[in-house]
Design a protein around this ligand. Structure first.
Ligand code: OOG
Ligand code: MG
Length: 256
């Protein structure tokens, strides 16, 4: 199996907005670690073209997402500056985009090793509500296995970051009520605790996943903790908003 070829295959699919079959149909032996290597190689293609890595995302950290995607363990992906959207998201070039409510964290100094919850919280430079726009390069957004989705950078497409970062120390992120509305109508709702029992725990898990691969969270990173609810299909004309109580709110308009 050629890691680089698999990465190029998925990168072409993404850039040309063309669906492909999931990798494990042709390469059933693809392991989870090899899938992360495909992800790394795919990100290297993007940074070679001038994109900059701005952070990492956790995926499948909530029961709702694990159920929606029928997979059972948390994974991570890489976020670049070109994925960050402000104000309007244009659908052109997307295959089957979805949107989901998340909590984002900033770590100006990074995190090394395997910090516990208290250390993560102490090192956090800010938190806020965020929206993640997912897309899969796989036909019909179906991949069935963890190596498939990990190789595809955990279905990353775009993200909307908080307009304002809040100090999470002293506030209870598990109790924050996250309400994602479309055109003013609430569609998905869950407490912060839907994310790994406590969104801070997603970061603890992320550090452990990175450490197991000999990596760490670099200074200046943003982290998406994973969606609190199932994702909603995106369509042109939608106004999507996430309200998160004292943490603030964030929104995006969807255009063709
Ligand atoms: C995988 C990505 C999951 C999350 O927040 O749980 C994710 C997928 O849904 O295809 O980003
Ligand atoms: Mg997500």
């Amino acid at each position: 199996m050629r890691i680089d070829e698999l990465a190029r295959h998925l990168d072409d699919a993404r850039r040309h907005g063309r669906e492909v079959e999931r990798l494990t149909l042709q390469t059933p032996e693809l392991s989870l670690e090899q899938a992360y290597q495909v992800m790394d190689a795919g990100i290297a293609l993007r940074t070679a073209r001038g994109e900059r890595v701005v952070g990492l995302k956790m995926g499948l950290t909530s029961e709702a997402k694990r159920k929606q995607m029928d997979l059972d363990s948390p994974i991570y992906g890489v976020l670049t500056d070109q994925m960050v959207v402000e104000g309007t998201f244009r659908l052109a070039g997307s295959l089957h985009p979805k949107i989901e409510p998340e909590i984002a964290f900033r770590f100006d100094e990074g995190l090394r090793g395997r910090p516990d919850r208290a250390e993560v919280l102490a090192r956090c430079s800010g938190a806020g509500p965020a929206l993640e726009i997912l897309d899969s390069r796989y036909r019909d957004f179906k991949y069935f296995s963890l190596p498939d989705v990990v190789a595809d950078n955990s279905s990353s497409s775009h993200l909307v970051l908080p307009g304002r970062w809040v100090d999470p120390v002293g506030g209870d992120l598990s109790a924050v009520e996250l309400v994602m509305s479309v055109d003013g109508v609430p569609r998905q709702r869950a407490p912060g605790s839907a994310i790994s029992g406590d969104p801070v725990r997603s970061v603890v898990q992320l550090c452990a996943l990175l450490d197991a691969r000999g990596l760490f969270l670099p200074p200046g990173s943003v982290v998406l903790a994973g969606a609190a609810t199932a994702a909603e299909q995106l369509r042109a004309g939608m106004e999507v908003r996430l309200d998160a109580g004292w943490l603030g709110s964030v929104g995006v308009r969807v255009a063709t």
